[in-house]
Design a protein around this ligand. Structure first.
Ligand SMILES: Cc1ncc(C[n+]2csc(CCOP(=O)(O)OP(=O)(O)O)c2C)c(N)n1
Ligand SMILES: [Mg+2]
Length: 454
């Protein structure tokens, strides 16, 4: 308002550290404007609270002296957060009024609470999902006009926002097993109810303790549940948007073109060359976690991995069996350099049996997964590196074909060429594991405070 003609000398601008620096509760703010007006405010304030949060004031002074870039970025940053929050609230089924200038997103609660009682909605919310909102009615001269409206603050960190919107009422975990890494982590209290649908009873652990179990054939269970729910639930259009966001998070950086490629890129490229019915057989190493997280299947039993037992050396034999059973389908073994070398003599069997098979060997010259765990647990880098043979010549020594990928854009055509030619092929590609900690430790830890992941 102060920027409008003639208004600068008549306007006081008031703001607070609670919003700008996300320090709600410090109760420190500031007023800027023409000196006489500010002096008047200071005089009046003297008679109200006199002083507020004295020890915090120097900290806020430091904050105010931050680079202009911080303040310039604040507007777009908040707009971004408001958009994320809005998306999540919409996905939860609320009608969202996107903010035009404030830190607050107002929603109409009536889709979730037909009686439109915003006050009662806010009282229930902390209990229901550990999220706090403010009923807008308190700001209305005629409270009944704002009865159905409540507001959420968006000046929080991303992880807080994501967590708030992800707190569903009910989670139906289908076929989930805690040996999967990273596991689905339940909150210890205040989280949603969890229904476990599986072939076997859940192994109850610190991170997974379902409220109800539906045990039996999963397909039949899901159909029976679906039939019982038919007509009793209104479809939530927000779920599609939520699904899009989850996929976007999983696909984040999947097309990054650094070399050596990241695991995300390797999974992305493998998906590209595998038809829907193509079978990917994993050995055991770091990449297995990335494939389990990022590789989306469209046909049952097209991503084979042995999760808990996790024996290295299993990938090549399992791919050979798949190739024997389904000679008309594309079959790819994905192995680490360590795991491949534990059973690589089976290349001879594969060649002798005349199989059509491509073996992708991810070369980090290390037991990458254990090396990473060692680092995450704060140990020095010790004993996990090794040298490898020349994989191309090694494959050739067995009568197979070998190829080495030297540029990120060559991975897809090299795999493609192996499948097209038929026979046994080994494709070696180096891999950059620097993404492991960012996604699989930091992100998980932020999302599940209080739970230690190992
Ligand atoms: C037979 C066997 N020995 C040891 C382990 C423990 N282990 C799990 S992953 C891993 C390292 C795998 O290295 P590599 O195959 O090169 O894959 P990377 O993690 O480097 O991608 C080890 C030693 C195991 N799972 N199986
Ligand atoms: Mg390795």
């Amino acid at each position: 308002m102060a920027t409008l003609p003639g208004m600068a000398e008549r306007t006081l601008t008031i703001s607070s550290a609670g919003k700008t620096f996300r320090t709600t509760g410090w109760k420190i703010g500031w007023v800027t404007g023409p000196t006489p007006l500010v002096t008047a405010v200071r005089t009046a304030k003297q008679y109200l609270t006199y002083v507020s949060g004295a020890p915090f004031q120097p900290a806020i002074a430091v904050g105010l002296a931050l680079d202009d870039a911080f303040f310039a970025g604040l507007g777009p940053d908040m707009a971004d957060r408001a958009a994320r929050l809005g998306e999540g609230l919409r996905a939860a089924g609320l009608v969202v009024h996107p903010p035009e200038a404030t830190y607050f997103t107002t929603v109409d609660v009536r889709p979730l609470r037909p009686d439109g009682d915003g006050h009662a909605f806010c009282l229930e919310l902390p209990e229901r999902c550990g999220v706090v909102a403010i009923p807008n009615a308190v700001f209305y001269e005629r409270p009944e006009h704002g009865r159905h409206l409540v507001r959420f603050a968006c000046c929080k960190t991303d992880s807080v926002l994501d967590e708030a919107v992800e707190r569903a009422d009910l989670v139906v975990a289908i076929g989930h097993d805690t040996v999967e890494k990273p596991p689905f982590l339940m909150m210890s209290a205040g989280g949603p109810k969890v229904v476990h649908v599986g072939y076997q009873s859940a192994t109850v652990e610190q991170v997974y303790h379902p409220d109800i179990e539906v045990i039996g054939d999963i397909g039949a269970s899901v159909e029976a549940l679906g039939a019982r729910l038919q007509g009793r639930l209104t479809a939530d259009p927000g779920m599609l948007e939520l699904r899009r966001r989850i996929l976007a998070r999983v696909n984040d950086r999947a097309e990054e073109d650094r070399f050596p490629p990241t695991p995300q890129r390797v999974v992305h490229d493998v998906r590209k060359v595998m038809p829907d019915d193509g079978i990917v057989c994993l050995d055991n190493g770091m990449y297995k976690i990335w494939f389990a997280r990022n590789y989306r299947t469209h046909v049952a039993n097209t991503l084979l991995l042995d999760n808990a037992l996790a024996t290295m050396g299993a990938g090549l034999p399992s791919a050979m069996m798949a190739a024997m059973l389904y000679p008309e389908r594309r079959v790819l073994a994905v192995c680490g350099d360590g795991g491949f070398m534990m059973n690589s003599q089976e290349m001879e069997t594969a060649v002798r049996l005349g199989l059509n098979l491509v073996v992708l060997v991810l070369n980090d010259a290390a037991y990458g997964m254990i090396r990473w765990k060692q680092a995450v647990d704060g140990f020095p880098d010790f004993g996990m590196r090794f040298g490898n043979p020349d994989f191309v010549r090694y494959a050739e020594a067995y009568g197979a074909k070998g190829a080495r990928v030297d540029a990120v854009e060559d991975l897809v055509p090299t795999l493609e060429a192996g499948f097209t030619a038929g026979g046994v092929h080994l494709v070696e590609v180096p891999i950059d594991y620097s993404e492991n900690t960012r996604v699989l430790v930091d992100e998980l830890r932020n999302r599940s405070p209080g739970v230690e992941c190992s």
